[in-house]
Design a protein around this ligand. Structure first.
Ligand code: SF4
Length: 214
């Protein structure tokens, strides 16, 4: 039976309430000390775990301290420095290209709007929304693999297209919950609603999840 938008919104509110109780300290798991460091870490996190990114950036941010250090670096050396994050050639070019624009066009400041951010090399909606939510406190929905999978299981979307899901979820969830929702869903995806073996018997959402096996 098709669920009305009102019912979906009610269920979404209840899901947020329960997840917030379960994960009261949910937050971005990438380590950073400046907007540019978060932008760099987020570019590195594509197809890589946050844990691995944090290991790499620990030394990386000691070696490259400012956006200008990345902008005018030897890109081959940068690729070596980020090698273990995967896609190192592509990511090093993105980080250098993005840093160069930030230094030369934005006075070393990371832009604070989606339209400008997504024009930077290697910066998609996911990275841009992460920076906007974390740094500039703009309500932003980051659609990563956990969000795609779990929003599907929760019956809120049928597509796997991240941009479509972002727009659909913005209709269902309260704006004030957008930024934190992703962090809570990531925590839930790691602890309970694990890919290929969701622990529905231990899930606080089991009675309101259409995919529950219990
Ligand atoms: S009930 Fe199962 S499928 Fe639904 S969110 Fe919980 S663990 Fe995932």
């Amino acid at each position: 039976m098709r669920e009305s938008k009102i019912k979906k919104r009610e269920r979404a509110t209840e899901i947020v309430t329960r997840l917030r109780r379960l994960y009261p300290d949910s937050k971005c798991s990438l380590n950073y000390k400046s907007p540019h460091e978060l932008l760099t870490a987020t570019i590195l996190s594509a197809q890589c775990t946050d844990h691995r990114v944090n290991i790499v950036t620990k030394d990386l941010f000691l070696k490259y301290k400012r956006p200008a250090d990345f902008a005018y670096c030897n890109v081959t050396e940068l690729a070596k420095d980020i090698h273990s994050c995967g896609y190192h050639n592509q990511k090093s070019r993105s980080i250098q290209g993005t840093s160069l624009i930030i230094v030369e066009e934005y006075n070393e400041e990371v832009p604070d709007n989606l339209e400008t951010l997504i024009k930077l090399p290697g910066v998609g909606r996911k990275t841009a929304n992460c920076v906007l939510g974390e740094i500039y406190k703009v309500p932003s929905m980051v659609i990563d693999t956990h969000m795609v999978r779990i929003m599907g299981l929760l019956g809120f979307t049928k597509t796997k297209d991240a941009k479509k899901i972002e727009l659909e979820m913005m209709e269902i969830f309260e704006e004030t919950d957008w930024t934190n929702l992703t962090h809570m869903i990531i925590d839930h995806g790691r602890a309970i609603c694990i890919a290929r073996r969701p622990q529905c018997g231990e899930c606080v959402l089991a009675d309101i999840c259409p995919s529950s096996s219990v």
